[in-house]
Design a protein around this ligand. Sequence first.
Ligand SMILES: *Cc1c(COP(=O)(O)O)cnc(C)c1O
Length: 389
Amino acid sequence: MKKLLSRAWAEIHLDRLKNNLDELKRINDNSQTEIMCVVKADAYGHGDKHIAPFLESQGIKYFAVSNIIEAQTLRKCGIKSDILILGHTPPDYAGELAKYDIIQAIVGEEYAAKLSEEAKKCGCIVRTHAAVDTGMGRIGVSADDAQACANALARMYRLEGIALEGMFTHFAVADSTDDHNIAYTESQKSKFFSAYDCLWEMGITLKHRHCLNSAGGVLHYDSRSTLVRYGILLYGLMPDNSLDLPVSLMPVMDLKAAVSYVKTLDKGDFVGYGRTYCADRKITAATIPIGYADGYARALSNNGYVLINGCKAPIIGRVCMDQIVVDTSGIPDVCEGTVVTLIGKDGNEAITADMLAQLYGTIGYEVVCGISKRVPRIYYGADGVIIPE
Ligand SMILES: *Cc1c(COP(=O)(O)O)cnc(C)c1O
């Protein structure tokens, strides 16, 4: 294969993405709720320039991102759907927002006023959805008092230069099956729809009101939400590892590398910075050209494992910036160039990003978002294998 494959690479499987989307469409069937695909952070590290067009080709009409650069990237690669920025954009970008027909989240009333001023200055109209804080404590007008929240939204609605088309809130614990947390999510929902109802009684109807993230869509579905904002489940990972969900998903990203060096260590030989590993017997070891600069966490030092020829090979010593060493004792046929699976399946063994996350106390989201730009993404789809650039 091509030269870039000789180091480390991520394989992005579009057939699995399709499987996941179809599963989410299946459980969403017969509802009024439409799917909004969350492709922020470069589609959770999978590559938004490839993921978003594929999803749009599968009938998706709504996308969400975290900032204006991500939104413009989608427009530049031909996305025609609605694009919502979930976070803050400096108000002086009003002209850009309008030019690219991007929907901006309103983080608060003061922000709405500033965005309106900037939009009026350049004679444009910015489409917006108001963020409502029902208990995430991040952005949005508080919905603790439903009428006060509705009043604030009504004031935004009347501002010139911005068109308020929707309102949304975000759940803090939708992925928890603990009774207190289930009650918390239900209270978030009820605050949100109470505010919506007050607004409606004031004669203002918004096209969109949405509160569901991945865990919300599957565990707290509510037909009053016009959109469900699916992120992590699209990529085949779990909002929480302990969840047993009624959908059959496949992780979209595999992470691979090729062995760069094979050797024998004698009893007493050390490996890596800090000499944290010392062989207690004669072993065989392989060096693999991937490290924390690739997003393979240093916290996996002496802790994680990789798969080689269908067998587990434990990481020995510290994860360096560009390399790791693994114990390959007892694994047949390991040589320079042997393909190593860091995330994915090999024979009967599998390591998912969720499993890797558990090894060092994080979540699968952080693992896939953290795979750095140095790692080329290779796309497997109906058109064969695509290696960008
Ligand atoms: C990231 C994000 C989502 C998607 O969350 P998942 O758990 O990945 O589904 C939805 N809504 C908002 C506001 C977000 O920031």
